[in-house]
Design a protein around this ligand. Structure first.
Ligand code: NAD
Length: 358
């Protein structure tokens, strides 16, 4: 049955890179049997301009009805003066929570052709392929009580780090299921030497992993995990952690790969529905100039095919096409190195579509 994908171009470079994603999806539909219906909607600054709201009710309804959502990026300087609750980024947060997307998948994958872009030694990162699974709807970012209040005559700020067994269990299951399709190793990151919430996290992690006898589960304290990420990142397959630790570690892992223009992400609900987006923002400094690297967006399409469509063959085909285009020497400005061919956004998208056939 045809699956529906809602496309939300957003702001800045969002529409430019989204156009390349549509081109890719249409080529897959035309030449590779992808049965798909594309719809479009408004989110972020573009939605504010048209409706006054960063997430119009119509967009949320379309997203709830779709099988997957593919988003460019939102935000820009022209909306920074707006009251916080009505800014473009709020639209994205509301969309994530409106869809119940609790599992954030952040691959850190370094194509060997780009190993020199990393701040780490080439031998430490070439061929890096790890996946961080971050819990996205719980933990300290949402825990109650929270606030700033006067205690003993001075202001005190406080938040609450809280996880229920059910929340830990469902994110651990996502991590284990994903690891079963990879190298079957899961590293759970916590701070169980100090935090009770982490003690429970570790206990539930062990219990869930026992259901997956083929999975090798390890545990790291978050401080050690940060060290290991920059010391020897290739030791990891799947890393699973809570909202706060995952926020920090996934950005750290992203930088190991050198360019944020290369990294996709997925946020999934309990039924395989997902929101797919590049990890970068709307890059207003290069918007409208044809300089945006569309590869993070095209690799987000590959994740969509892999996780919502469960079409490994097509996902692999897209990822192979990206590798081939890099082999051909095509580079957008953000990943350009001496001797390579400079591509604008459209040229890069065309090259990936052409490489699909191989
Ligand atoms: P950014 O990721 O937009 O840009 C950081 C730097 O990376 C810029 O120099 C930019 O030109 C470059 N860059 C980013 N993506 C690129 C690409 N595909 N190709 C080439 N270069 C690329 O981060 P920022 O500048 O801090 O934020 C800009 C706006 O984006 C802000 O309004 C911010 O709130 C928003 N933002 C949105 C998201 C999202 O939509 N998920 C994420 C982060 C930031």
């Amino acid at each position: 049955m045809s699956k529906t994908v809602l496309i939300l171009p957003g702001d800045g470079i969002g529409p430019e890179i989204t156009a390349e994603a549509i081109k890719l999806l249409e080529a897959l539909r035309r030449d590779h049997g992808l049965d798909i219906t594309l719809e479009q909607g408004l989110l972020g600054g573009a939605a504010i301009e048209a409706t006054g709201e960063p997430l119009p009710a119509e967009t949320l309804a379309k997203a709830q009805a779709a099988d997957a959502v593919l988003m460019g990026a939102v935000g820009g300087p022209q909306w920074e003066a707006i009251e916080r609750s009505r800014r473009p980024e709020r639209g994205l947060l509301a969309l994530r929570s409106g869809l119940g997307l609790f599992a954030n998948l952040r691959p850190a994958l370094l194509y060997p052709q780009l190993a020199e872009a990393s701040s780490l030694r080439t031998d430490l990162v070439a061929g890096l392929d790890m996946l961080i699974v971050r819990e996205l709807t719980g933990g300290i970012y949402f825990g109650q009580p929270r606030g700033i209040e006067i205690r003993d005559g001075q202001r005190v700020g406080f938040n609450t780090m809280v996880y229920s067994e059910a929340e830990i269990e469902r994110i651990m299951r996502v991590a284990c299921e994903l690891a079963m399709k990879r190298q079957r190793r899961v590293c759970s990151v916590d701070k169980a030497n100090v935090l009770e919430v982490s003690e429970l996290w570790r206990e539930v992690a062990n219990r869930v992993a026992a259901d997956y006898p083929e999975i090798e589960l390890s545990h790291l304290y978050v401080d050690n995990a940060a060290m290991q990420l920059v010391r020897a990142p290739k030791q990891f397959d799947v890393m699973v952690t809570g909202n706060l630790f995952g926020d920090v570690l996934s950005d750290c892992a992203a930088m190991l790969t050198g360019s944020i223009g290369m990294l996709p992400s997925a946020s999934l609900d309990a039924h395989g529905k997902g929101l797919y987006e590049p990890i970068h923002g709307s890059a207003p400094d290069i918007a409208g100039q044809g300089k945006a690297n569309p590869l993070a967006m095209l690799l987000s399409v590959a994740m969509l095919l892999r996780y919502t469509f469960a079409d490994k063959a097509l996902a692999d085909r897209v990822e192979r096409a990206v590798g081939r285009v890099l082999d051909q020497g095509w580079r957008t400005a953000d990943i350009l190195s001496p001797g390579m061919r400079l591509a604008d956004t459209i040229t890069m998208g065309d090259a990936v579509v052409a490489a699909l056939a191989d």
